[in-house]
Design a protein around this ligand. Sequence first.
Ligand code: ADP
Ligand code: TYD
Length: 213
Amino acid sequence: MTAGGGFISFEGIDGSGKSTQARLLADALRKGGQDVLLTREPGGSAGAEEIRKLVLEGPPDRWSPETEILLFTAARRDHLERTIRPALDAGRIVICDRFADSTRMYQGLRGAGLRLMVDSLHDLMIGQEPDLTLLIDMDPTTGLARALGRQGAEERFESFGQQMQEQMRAGFLALARDNSDRIRVIDGARAPEEVAADVARIVADHLARATVA
Ligand code: ADP
Ligand code: TYD
């Protein structure tokens, strides 16, 4: 059981190793006796998984950035209502592979005024941040090669290429500097076990502080 503080997200560019690290963290916490919910965005609830298909499949120009902001936020609202909040209320630890910081970067960086739109809609419809965010930092060339190595129909964002990934990386690092109380940066260009050891240490410190708070 945690007395608050149990909402943990992973962020980073495509292929940085978020899903791998989220899974390793969930396994480690479960071995330690914690009740963990591992979930992801876009998705994590039945309705949000349907929206995931709409946003991740099809040609890159299928939606405007504004429509994407609405779709990702709609998916997040459903995920929060049906999956995340009930789990947190039950005292579980929630590990979420991407959350609102991804919309701030992937949609918010795509044009003038879009970041403001993301933040306004977030305040109106979501109003919640993770207690701790682990940013897996990674050189985009390596990240893209890893991401493109995977098969599948979800290629809208990965096909945007290296330049966008460079912007995302810089944007995520700036976000971490602006939210240093919540976001911790981890070097992802190492063996998975080394990255996982850093993650485990940071999360253990965080949970120890949350439990005594
Ligand atoms: P993300 O969720 O950030 O897109 P994944 O965890 O799915 O990243 O990893 C992308 C690919 O890279 C997968 O094939 C995974 O097995 C591999 N991978 C993950 N972490 C590492 C690592 N530290 N070193 C080398 N390859 C990795
Ligand atoms: P994800 O399945 O996490 O992809 P990956 O494992 O390659 O990192 O997310 C799919 C894509 O959705 C990814 O390219 C980032 C994008 N995305 C957004 O553009 N906005 C968002 O709000 C979220 C949550 C994801």
